[in-house]
Design a protein around this ligand. Sequence first.
Ligand SMILES: C[S@@+](CC[C@H](N)C(=O)[O-])C[C@H]1O[C@@H](n2cnc3c(N)ncnc32)[C@H](O)[C@@H]1O
Length: 431
Amino acid sequence: MNSSGFTVTWPGRGEPEPPGAHGPAPVISALVPPLGAASGDSTLVEPPRAASGDSAAGKPGVRPRDEACEPRPYSGAVLVGDGARIAEARADLESHGLDPVGLAQLVYLDPPYNRGGSFDGYHDNMPRHSWLGYIETRLLVARELLAETGTVWVHLDDAEAHRVRCVLDEVFGVEGFIADLTVESNPKGRQLDRFFAGSHDRLMVYARDPEKVQLSGGIAAAVDPGDFPHVGADGVNFRLLPLRNTNKRFNPRTTPTMTYPLYGDPESGTVSVDPAPGLVEILPVFGDLSPAVWRWSRDRARERADELVCRTVRGRSGPRVDIYQRDRHEAGRIKKLKSIWLAQEVGSTDTARAELRAAGVDGFRTPKPESLMRRVIELSTAPGDLVVDLFAGSGTTAVAARELGRRWVVTERNPDTVRNVLLPRLGVSGA
Ligand SMILES: C[S@@+](CC[C@H](N)C(=O)[O-])C[C@H]1O[C@@H](n2cnc3c(N)ncnc32)[C@H](O)[C@@H]1O
């Protein structure tokens, strides 16, 4: 139970997982250098062995290609085995600077959704209660892996997401909840669905510690340069934002300190906090001319008067003079993301399959798109941070983390998927 005291239960909760639910302990299948390192630098490890229960758990036979060479810095590791047992590979990962326990800034889980299907290499049809126990086990593992500042991201669809939200509330605490995002995965909609053509997934985000969590408030890629149509004398694009607070909850009665006169010249654009010859007095008003307030205090307006511009606007009640802020599109600018992520921004399952084909691999039907994983990683981590994926599949997380200069550890239970999809996609050939 967590500090909020919230608990859930279901038949069979806490009982051992059914035979076959637990896979073998993960072993390192490949160590991968950062992008840009000389090709052929990957350390090849024994080819993935058949997952045959615990007997597969053994020391990974790490075989550097050139044993005479100094140890090379690796940024990522592909493990084959059950993600729930990732801590058993800790010593081997630690020797490569990739120990994940208590150090991961992002743990991503994209498990079988339990919709009753059977995909290449994995089944998606566990009895509901067993599936929930299986997910709970991996959420508890995710919590152990996370750094205090880290976040867990759980990808599901509406078949099970509401039940998993309850388990997440219990494992991470109600106060650990950050977001329950809607991700458009199939813009056309699954026409074979019975009543509604399913077109979205759910991506649930929780903090390991809500007091210490580090998560970006937005990303640079979400900023649309088209929103900044004007070009300043310095060549930097900008947009004009009303200095008036457009939220009707704020008015001279609720926020009396934010209503004061400014002075401006709509011809030259000049704005001043003090009266001067040729400048007209301007008070903030809404479109119906009822009194409003500014967004900036008088002190701030004085300090940053050169960012303000006076204009004549044609409002509902005729022309009037108003004040705008020149909001510049400067490097490093980020934008807060909405809680619905469209396929045109983050790709879809079709995009993801095309990415796999472009990488020269086929035979995995449920990949996530790379731009989605880039967004998740950019929001939740900084370069050099550690990213862990407990259900690696085709390795989209590894591809995106590597591209963004993060360290990463991904675990996939099916050795065929690792051998035929994940390693070739990363350009790491099996021995
Ligand atoms: C939905 S897919 C993940 C897709 C992945 N995000 C991608 O972009 O390719 C789920 C994957 O989890 C794997 N899997 C299932 N149970 C697992 C477990 N206990 N440990 C590790 N991987 C597991 C399945 O074999 C399958 O490849």
